[in-house]
Design a protein around this ligand. Structure first.
Ligand code: GAP
Length: 513
């Protein structure tokens, strides 16, 4: 069995080898935690974004989409609380000179304990076989119960110390748990300090008149400051939502784990404006809807879980994460936050402009409450990509590497392969390609034996291969091969479009929600 680290290394190298993700500025030795999406990666990313947009904006008549600027008035970040409170607790190791997030060190400590729990469960599963009852085992086995207690105690102490800004206690906790620098094993730590994550820049040509700006650390504020414009021009009635996708920037202290935590990344966010008092109901609704969206892609329900927040952000009265089982364990993929009227009230105060909704039926004005769903596009990419990459043992004792991407998201939907590079087969293959490219992103490949080409397309995640052979000249039929089952069948050229559409059409996937 391959371990988590090896699996993750495979994901990173496959992403590079097959043109999905490259290190940014690689020929200059790269830039830490910044990545470029390559020819296939850009397509996969676009398809994920489209899948989200379709589900969120197109399928909901009371949700509209906008595209606000990355540069925004600097007072916005004062009002939102980011200037004063968008901090992470950092700690340096005096020996290695490496910098860490103190909370991440503690969370990693707990993740190791979770690993021990998984091991105990695995052993018991083997011992008891069919009769094994996981729920009963984890709630009664003294060792496992002890592990859970430790995790709970550690995390709630950390949450309490962070909430009360008791950074000395965060350091004390690291020392008590004997947490060492993961790279060197040293326990020689500095004090814990707060570090603001926003990137600053300047707007203006001359030094005297230049204005200090921030690169937005979230797309959400672009929605809040446009709330009234959209509501009025779109004649939107509460409840309604505003969605957008776009870049966000954070000067992350620890930016490891490939595209999981980047300094420049993309978010897909939706702010849903509701009547005060209805937030609990909408929180439950959006939790359910967002989980259904994830499950519709078929990555496996066992790979998701909710994690309700103990420590709430300054703007929230309820919050949960949808966590995904990445190759390095369960981590946050999406956040669902009940943000109250915090943001709109803050912007009212700092801008001096009223940001209220007038309810004609009730004949009253009020500041709406907000329910937010916020997912990182890059994290979603990593979830989909890492889940898809498998090595399969075949019957003839060989293995094949296959990227089982959901067909709706796959960058290339079909590859057209002439069996040989002569006898008029390439010409027919090109004709098929010219016809299909109006509807799908398709690829043409005539190099190497057809078996090798199949393997290349499997590793690339292409759901269909279409082979043109000598019989095609007679019967106008081709062989279509399915990536996941490797099944092949003979079909008419004129039926190809419908066959492919059935599998890649977003409607069929979203209907599963
Ligand atoms: N507007 C709310 C907000 O920004 P967040 O939990 O800070 O909330 C939302 O971020 C999502 O953005 C996260 O669930 C994650 O998927 C993604 N995200 C946050 N920081 C990221 C980073 N440094 N790199 C990649 N994705 C990130």
């Amino acid at each position: 069995m391959i371990n988590q680290d090896d699996q993750f290394k495979k994901v990173v190298s496959h992403a590079k080898e097959y043109g999905y993700v490259f290190q940014s500025s690689e020929i200059y030795d790269g830039l830490s935690a910044v990545y470029d999406y390559a020819q296939n990666g850009a397509e996969l990313k676009k398809n994920i974004r489209d899948y989200w947009w379709k589900a969120m904006v197109q399928m909901n008549e009371n949700i509209v989409g906008i595209d606000s600027s990355i540069f925004m008035h600097p007072t916005i970040w004062k009002a939102s609380g980011h200037v004063d409170a968008f901090n992470d607790p950092l700690i340096d190791n005096k020996d290695s000179k490496k910098r860490y997030r103190a909370d991440v060190l503690i969370e990693d400590y707990c993740a190791k304990i979770e690993g021990k729990i998984d091991k105990e469960v695995g052993k018991a599963e083997k011992r008891f076989g069919e009769a094994f009852n996981k729920e009963e085992f984890i709630t009664t086995n003294p060792r496992v119960v002890g592990y859970y207690d430790t995790i709970k105690t550690v995390l709630s102490r950390m949450a309490k110390s962070l909430e009360s800004e008791d950074l000395a206690d965060v350091k004390a906790l690291i020392e008590e748990l004997e947490i060492a620098d993961p790279l060197t094993g040293s326990r020689n730590w500095t004090e814990v300090k707060q570090f603001n994550l926003m990137f600053g820049t300047k707007l203006g040509a001359s030094a005297e008149s230049a204005m200090d700006l921030y690169l937005r650390p979230e797309t959400a504020q672009g929605i809040f400051v446009n709330f009234l414009n959209v509501q009025k021009t779109g004649r939107m009635k509460i409840p309604f939502g505003i969605a957008q996708t776009g870049k966000a920037f954070r000067n992350e202290i620890v930016a490891r784990q490939f595209i999981f935590r980047m300094r420049e990344f993309e978010q897909m966010e939706m702010q849903f404006f509701i009547k005060p008092g209805t937030q609990k109901e909408w929180f439950d609704y959006w939790k359910d809807m967002r989980m259904k969206w994830h499950l519709s892609l078929g990555l496996g329900p066992e790979n998701y879980r909710f994690h309700d927040h103990e420590k709430l952000a300054h703007y929230a009265d309820a919050a949960t994460d949808i966590e995904f089982k990445f190759p390095f364990g369960f981590k946050e993929l999406e956040g669902i936050h009940s943000r109250t009227d915090f943001d709109l009230k803050q912007h009212e105060e700092f801008s001096g402009k009223k940001l209220q909704f007038f309810d004609h039926e009730q004949n009253e004005s009020y500041t709406p409450y907000v329910l937010e769903t916020s997912i990182g596009l890059d994290r979603m990419f990593l979830a989909v990509f890492s889940n898809a990459l498998v090595e399969e043992e075949l019957e003839n004792n060989t293995t094949r590497t296959v990227l089982k991407l959901p067909a709706v998201l796959a960058p290339v939907k079909a590859a057209i392969l002439p069996l040989v590079k002569k006898d008029g087969l390439p010409e027919i293959a090109r004709q098929i390609m010219d016809e299909l490219k109006w509807d799908f992103n398709v690829d043409y490949d005539e190099k190497d034996a057809v078996g090798r080409r199949y393997r290349r397309q499997d590793a690339n995640g292409t759901p269909f291969c279409i082979t043109v052979d000598h019989d095609t000249l007679e019967d106008n039929m081709v062989t279509i091969r399915h990536r996941d089952t490797m099944e092949q069948s003979r079909v008419k050229i004129e039926d190809l479009r419908d066959i492919i559409k059935q599998e890649v059409d977003a409607k069929a996937w979203l209907m599963k929600m």
